[in-house]
Design a protein around this ligand. Structure first.
Ligand SMILES: [Zn+2]
Length: 331
């Protein structure tokens, strides 16, 4: 059921590896040579390179191209020269990409939740789970380092789905409660709570492991099953306009030819009854048009009656009346 869910796409800018920057006057040394394949840099012995033709280039160029460290061969950990170079120059290279001598943009658009709870779904490439979960550890540290982020951290859980999802691994951030108005943009959280080079490395861990962009959902609480919790009243929330538009009651102009042909078919040899039929159908259509049907339950009724009586406004109207009476009686 898609009610209440608004899906936004959160696309991290790092996910698209930019073209190699032209930096003839760069003071950054080229660094050790690495093998670049699949948006990552590897050791030449990496099993992931088997059957592929990686590009060999200096690490500085690989970082400029947006490549992150492979989580299988772990070049930053296994090869000290690579690890030291990445730690020392990754920030300078990010700056170089963002414009000479200027620090990289620190504030991303804030990501806030409109409802009391929220969910972010993240698809992580198979094999990149360790790198992503290392990033989660960085995130925890970043949140803990900023006192004003504590309440966000308290309601923020990260789960991994045991069941695979089309070859990827699904992670979920559950925010319950979500702090109203607080910024949940991971980039901002990391930049705020970590030293710059740590934040860049943490972002590399995240972005290097994502299989696709993240999906964000705003969640409304509709019932708590705990007996001790207060019973929430039925939702009076209106569905997004798209859902309302999809269940159309036609205008009189649109409906008139349908009414005429229906009544003609019902009363082929009785013009008095045909006229009465048209009058009844038109009156019912006007009632349908003016009836306010905006809550979720009301929209369910509208959909049902339209489905049951697709070409009979009188019966559709009667159906709605009866269903609304029944709905009121069970409240
Ligand atoms: Zn590798």
């Amino acid at each position: 059921m898609m009610r209440h869910l608004v899906v936004l796409l959160l696309l991290l800018p790092w996910t698209s590896a930019g073209a190699t920057a032209q930096t003839p006057s760069s003071t950054i040394p080229p660094g050790p040579t690495v093998s670049v394949y699949g948006g990552q840099y590897h050791l030449a012995t990496c099993p992931r390179l088997a059957g592929h033709t990686p590009q060999t280039m200096p690490l500085a160029d690989a970082l400029r191209a947006g490549a992150g460290p492979c989580e299988v061969c772990r070049p930053n950990v296994v090869d000290q020269a690579i690890g030291a170079f990445a730690a020392e120059y990754v920030v300078a290279i990010a700056r170089e990409k963002g414009g000479q001598a200027e620090p990289p943009p620190e504030i991303e658009p804030p990501l806030t939740f409109r409802e009391q709870a929220g969910l972010i779904m993240v698809r992580v490439r198979r094999g990149a789970e360790a790198s992503f979960e290392q990033g989660l550890g960085d995130l925890k540290v970043a949140l803990a380092n900023v006192p004003s982020r504590r309440s966000q951290a308290q309601g923020w859980m990260a789960y991994r789905a045991v069941e695979p999802m089309a070859g990827d691994t699904l992670y979920m951030f559950l925010f319950d409660p979500a702090v109203p108005g607080a910024d949940y943009n991971l980039i901002n959280v990391l930049n705020e709570g970590l030293r710059q080079n740590e934040a860049v490395l943490a972002l590399q861990r995240f972005t290097g492991s994502l299989a696709s962009s993240m999906n964000l959902l705003n969640l409304q609480l509709v019932q708590q099953m705990d007996l001790a919790a207060p019973t929430l009243p039925p939702s009076t929330t209106t569905l997004p306009p798209v859902a309302q538009r999809s269940i159309g009651i036609p205008t009189l102009g649109e409906a008139t030819p349908r009414i005429r042909s229906k009544c003609a078919a019902d009363w082929p040899d009785d013009f008095r009854m045909r006229a009465y039929c048209q009058e009844q159908q038109t009156t019912a259509l006007q009632k349908l048009q003016t009836r306010s049907m905006t809550t979720t339950d009301q929209l369910i009724i509208r959909r049902k009656c339209l489905t049951d009586w697709p070409d009979d406004f009188k019966m559709e109207d009667y159906c709605e009346e009866q269903q609304l009476k029944a709905l009121a009686s069970i409240r």
